[in-house]
Design a protein around this ligand. Structure first.
Ligand code: NAP
Length: 328
């Protein structure tokens, strides 16, 4: 028979590891199921220049290793497997990909999200070499360069506007001629003299061997004819959405929004979701609608998606879990 854990943390990115550090120092002896591959989105980035405390920058995988080692030093244990399901009876039963089942009194879901990519071979080959899905992280590398942003939602407008701080010109490429973004964000981008738009267009190839030299586009004209066009840019930013890692929760009864992001009590209060608010205990922040199950980081947050903000949420959620375990 397995021992009953006090706290299982699902996810070994910044939110999960920060929560693990605090939980181990609070003597909760946390068990982190860190996922395969471990470490989350930061392990896929190279230089991180906007993480406080590292004026010289730090490599994403090194930063994760530091978080991980620090939590381990205080007693955090790790299992490098994916979680298959979470069920709640009196205790939580967490089933992992090797078939093992684990029991816990509380669970923190901090599984993050993945950026959506176009799925082109050339795009994947040039990731980190001019192709990025995070303007906040990588915009600084494109001083006085011409770049393109793909997408027609708020992220595309916001990232394009942000990137004009560095780039000499930003072209927004959108596959339709209507935008999903809010009017305000579209107007802001349209009024920016550095931003141009190409609509009804898809990127079909990223050009360049070791760095981005241009994009091959397929553009549909007014009469429905397809045409090819090469756009000379040195950078490509994808802003076509993110996919939160929450599908393993589908039988748990956790309330997710239409894109799969988890509703926690903080989010429900902030966004005033009155239709579901009766299912949440607002006595605990970061609590989902399932008692004892908390959620923090990018799996609940479609807006900021930064290591620093995920860490803040992870720590706050852990402090709430301590309160929960003391009361129950
Ligand atoms: P989104 O609203 O889902 O928009 C994604 C965009 O990417 C859409 O325009 C979509 O085109 C396009 N797209 C998707 N797959 C594509 C593909 N394979 N090829 C080409 N284009 C593709 O995602 P988001 O912009 O990241 O926003 C997510 C949420 O965060 C939204 O609720 C948004 O309002 C919010 N947000 C808010 C702010 C803010 O208020 N400050 C900032 C950022 C995000 P179609 O339109 O044709 O589907």
């Amino acid at each position: 028979m397995n021992q009953t854990e006090k706290l299982i943390i699902i996810g070994g990115g910044p939110a999960g590891l920060a929560a693990a550090l605090y939980a181990s120092r609070a003597m909760l002896n946390p068990l982190v199921i860190e996922g395969l591959p471990a470490g989350g989105q930061l392990t896929l980035t190279s230089e991180v220049e906007n993480y406080p405390g590292f004026p010289e920058g730090v490599l994403g995988p090194d930063l994760i290793k530091r978080f991980r080692d620090q939590a381990q030093k205080f007693g955090t244990r790790y299992i490098t497997e994916n979680v298959v399901s979470v069920k709640k009876d009196e205790l939580f039963t967490v089933t992992i990909s090797n078939g093992q089942t684990l029991q816990s009194r509380a669970v923190l879901v901090a599984t993050g999200a993945d950026a959506k990519w176009l799925g082109l071979e050339s795009e994947q080959r040039l990731r980190g070499k001019g192709v990025s899905a995070c303007a906040t992280c990588d915009g600084f590398f494109f001083k006085d360069k011409e770049i393109a942003v793909v997408g027609g939602g708020d992220s595309a407008m916001e990232e394009a506007t942000f990137l004009t701080r560095f780039a000499s010109k930003v072209t927004i490429i959108h596959r339709r001629n209507e935008f999903r973004a809010s009017k305000f964000m579209i107007e802001k981008a349209k009024n920016n003299p550095k931003i141009e738009f190409i609509v009804n267009a898809q990127v079909v190839e990223v050009l360049g061997e070791n760095s981005v030299e241009g994009l091959r586009l397929e553009v549909v004209s007014g009469d429905g004819m397809k045409d090819e066009k090469v756009l000379n840019v040195q950078g490509l930013f994808l802003a076509i959405g993110h996919i939160p890692t929450t599908s393993f929760l589908k039988d748990t009864g956790v309330l997710l929004d239409e894109k799969g992001y988890i509703y926690n009590s903080d989010r429900v209060a902030l966004e005033k979701h009155t239709d579901i608010s009766d299912q949440f205990d607002f006595g605990f922040r970061y609590a989902t609608n399932i008692k004892g199950l908390f959620a923090a980081g990018d799996c609940t947050d479609y807006e900021y998606r930064q290591a620093g903000t995920a860490i803040g949420m992870g720590i706050a959620a852990e402090l709430e879990i301590e309160k929960y375990l003391n009361r129950n």
